[in-house]
Write a protein that binds this ligand. Structure first.
Ligand code: FAD
Ligand code: DLZ
Ligand code: SF4
Length: 509
C-alpha cells in the first residue's frame, strides 16, 4: 500500500493529520510551490517569502526524519502551476493507491479538492484540520438553534472544554473576561522590547531572490526579511513574546504609537496560520507564565481569548456561512478602495502610519486593522469585496478563513451582525485617545467642522445618518442616534457638506 500525502503550504507541522500513520518506507509526501496559490491575489512579497521559505525548510525537516518527500519548486520547468495539475503529475510519477490530505483552510481550495477523486479515479481521504481546537462540526453544533452567535459564550465553552484558566470549575480570578482592564492609552515612555528577528539563511536568501525576480509587481517591501521560517524558530518567537512582552500585552492591547508597529503584541499569527505553531501550545505557554507569576491575569486572559476565542470563533463562522458570506453587503457599500491604501500617500496621519507599516512589515496589529483602517473603510462605505481583497493581500497572516470574518463581519458589518453585535465605528477622539497619531496630523482631531476638522469626526455621524434605516434599531447604537437627534440643523448640514466634499475627493483619488 502506497499513499500520497499532500501537504499544503499552510499545513507545515509534522503533527498534521495527513501525516498520521505515515509509512515512511512506502508513502510519498508531496509539496508544491504553485503559481496559482502565489497569485490568486497579489500577496505581499514578505508573505510569499515566508510561505516558500517555511515550505522548503519543512520539506528539509521531513527528509531529515526519513520521510520520502517530493518537493516541486516554483521554477521547476514541469511545474504546471496548480494544486490539481501537480497532484495529477505526482499520481503518474508515484502510482499511489490513495491520496491523503488535511482539510484545506480556504473554501475555494475545498471546492477544487472535492473534484480530485473523480478526476483522478483514486480515493482521496480528507482528514480533519487539526491545526484548530474546534472542528467545523463542533462549531456548527454550538451555533445550532442560537438566535445570536457571540464570541464570548463560545469562548467560555472552549475555556471549560480545554480546561484553560479554570480553577475549581470557575474562571481564574472570578471573571471570564478582563477586556475592560485592557484599554490603557499609550505613553511615549513605554519601554517596548524590539521584535523577534531571525537572520535569513541560505534557503531564505534564495527564496528572497525568487520573490524579487518573479513577483516584483506585488505589494510591499521584501527586505529586511526577518521572519521565523522553521518550527524551532517560531517556538523561539513565541517564547520571546512570553518572556518579554506578554506582561504588558493586556494593558496596551489597544494602544498605538507612531513607529512602534508591534507594541506588546505577539507577532505569531503568521506562524500559527501556516502551521509552524499550534494554538494549544501558545495558550499553555501563556497560562504557565500566569501560574509562574511572570504575567498578570488581564494580559494572559486577553492573549488566550484572542487564540482560544476569536481565532477559533472566526474560523467557525467562516465555514458555517460560506459561500454566502463572501457575497454579504448588508450596508450596500459600493465605493472603490482609494488608491492610497496601496501607497500610504494620504494626509490622514493615522492611515498613512498604518499603511506604511503594513507595506514595510506585512503586519499591523489588531487595533490598527480594526479602528484605523477598518473604521475608515466602514465610515466611507468601501465595497466589501475590495476591502476583503486588500486585507487578504497585505498581511503575512492572511488566509480567507480568518481574514474574511474579520473584514466582512467585524469591520464592515456587511454580514448584518452575525459576528459582531454592532459596527465598530468611531470618530477621531477614539484614535486620539489610543494613539499619538493625531499630534503629527494636518487635521485637528478636536475640530468637528470645516477644512481643518478630522475627517473621522464628520464621517462618523454621516455614516450613522446614511445607514439609519438599517442600524437605528440596534440597541447598542441607541445612545448615538439620540445624540445625533439632539444636533441642530446647522450642525447636521455641516456634517453632510463636509462628508460629501471629503467623499467626492476620495473617489477622485
Ligand atoms: P496578538 O495581538 O498578539 O494576538 C494573539 C493571536 O490571537 C494572534 O496571533 C491571532 O492568532 C489571534 N487573534 C487575535 N485577534 C484575532 C481575530 N480577530 N481573529 C482571529 N485571530 C485573532 N488575523 C489573522 O491571523 N489573519 C488575518 O488575515 C487577519 N485579518 C484581520 C483583518 C481585520 C480587519 C481585523 C480587524 C483583524 C484581522 N486579524 C487577522 C486579527 C488580528 O488583527 C491579527 O490576528 C493580529 O493582529 C496578529 O498579530 P499578533 O500575532 O501580534 O496578534
Ligand atoms: C499562501 C500560499 C502561497 C503563497 N503559495 C503556496 C504554494 O505555492 N503552495 C502551497 O501548497 N500553498 C501555498 N500557499 C498556501 C495555500 O494558499 C493554502 O494552503 C490554501 O489557501 C488553503 O488554505
Ligand atoms: Fe487620524 Fe483624525 Fe487623528 Fe488625523 S486627526 S491622525 S485623521 S484621527
Amino acid at each position: 500500500m502506497k499513499t500520497l500525502r499532500f501537504i499544503l503550504g499552510d499545513q507545515l507541522n509534522t503533527a498534521i493529520s495527513s501525516l498520521q500513520k505515515c509509512d515512511k518506507s512506502h508513502d510519498i509526501v508531496l509539496m508544491c510551490e504553485v503559481w496559482q496559490e502565489a497569485t490568486y491575489v497579489k500577496h505581499h512579497k514578505k508573505k510569499l517569502a515566508l510561505i516558500f521559505s517555511a515550505m522548503r525548510h519543512f520539506a528539509q525537516a521531513l527528509k531529515q526524519q526519513q520521510f520520502q518527500v517530493d518537493y516541486i519548486t516554483l521554477t521547476d520547468p514541469h511545474n504546471s502551476g496548480s494544486f490539481f495539475e501537480e497532484l495529477k503529475r505526482a499520481v503518474k510519477r508515484h502510482k499511489p493507491n490513495n491520496i491523503v490530505v488535511t482539510f484545506p483552510g480556504e473554501y475555494r481550495v475545498w471546492q477544487d479538492l472535492q473534484t480530485w477523486a473523480d478526476k483522478l479515479g483514486i480515493t482521496v481521504e480528507v482528514r480533519e484540520d487539526d491545526r484548530f481546537l474546534c472542528s467545523r462540526e463542533e462549531f456548527a453544533k454550538w451555533a445550532e438553534g442560537r438566535k445570536q452567535l457571540r464570541m464570548e459564550y463560545f469562548y467560555r465553552q472552549m475555556r471549560q472544554k480545554h480546561h484553560v484558566l479554570i480553577s475549581n470549575g470557575k474562571p481564574s480570578g472570578g471573571k471570564w473576561n478582563y477586556d475592560s482592564a485592557n484599554r490603557k492609552p499609550p505613553t511615549t515612555e513605554l519601554n517596548i522590547p524590539p521584535p523577534y528577528q531571525q537572520q535569513a539563511d541560505k534557503i531564505t536568501q534564495e527564496v528572497i531572490k525568487l520573490v524579487e525576480e518573479k513577483f516584483s509587481d506585488h505589494f510591499g517591501e521584501l527586505e529586511p526579511f526577518d521572519f521565523a521560517v522553521t518550527r524551532e524558530q517560531a517556538l523561539k518567537a513565541l517564547h520571546y513574546f512570553i518572556q518579554h512582552r506578554l506582561r504588558y500585552f493586556g494593558d496596551y492591547q489597544d494602544a498605538m504609537l507612531a513607529n512602534e508597529p508591534w507594541m506588546f503584541h505577539s507577532q505569531i499569527s503568521c506562524y500559527l496560520n501556516c502551521g509552524l505553531l499550534v494554538p494549544l501550545e501558545c495558550i499553555k505557554a501563556a497560562e504557565e507564565a500566569y501560574q509562574q507569576k511572570q504575567a498578570p491575569l488581564n494580559a494572559v486572559e486577553g492573549f488566550i481569548r484572542q487564540i482560544l476565542g476569536w481565532r477559533e470563533y472566526v474560523r467557525g463562522i467562516y465555514w458555517l456561512t460560506m459561500p454566502e458570506y463572501a457575497q454579504a453587503n448588508f450596508l450596500q457599500a459600493k465605493r472603490d478602495l482609494p488608491e492610497f491604501f496601496w501607497t500610504g500617500d494620504t494626509d490622514l496621519n493615522c492611515l498613512r502610519q498604518c499603511i506604511t507599516e503594513t507595506k514595510q512589515n506585512a503586519y499591523a496589529h489588531h487595533i490598527q486593522r480594526l479602528m484605523v483602517l477598518g473604521n475608515f473603510a466602514l465610515l466611507t462605505g468601501i465595497d466589501p469585496k475590495q476591502v476583503n481583497e486588500w486585507y487578504l493581500i497585505v498581511y503575512a497572516d492572511a488566509y480567507e478563513w480568518v481574514e474574511m470574518p474579520n473584514v466582512t463581519g467585524m469591520i464592515l458589518f456587511a454580514d448584518g451582525g452575525k459576528l459582531a453585535s454592532k459596527p465598530y465605528a468611531a470618530g477621531g477622539a477614539y484614535i486620539n485617545k489610543m494613539s499619538n497619531y493625531c499630534k503629527q496630523c494636518r487635521y485637528k482631531v478636536n475640530e468637528k467642522q470645516g477644512e481643518q476638522a478630522c475627517p473621522f469626526n464628520y464621517l462618523y455621524w454621516h455614516f450613522l445618518s446614511k445607514n439609519r434605516v438599517k442600524l437605528a434599531k440596534n440597541p447598542r447604537l441607541a445612545m448615538m442616534y439620540n445624540t445625533f437627534d439632539k444636533m441642530n440643523a446647522q450642525q447636521i448640514s455641516a456634517i453632510n457638506s463636509d462628508a460629501k466634499k471629503f467623499l467626492r475627493k476620495l473617489t477622485k483619488h
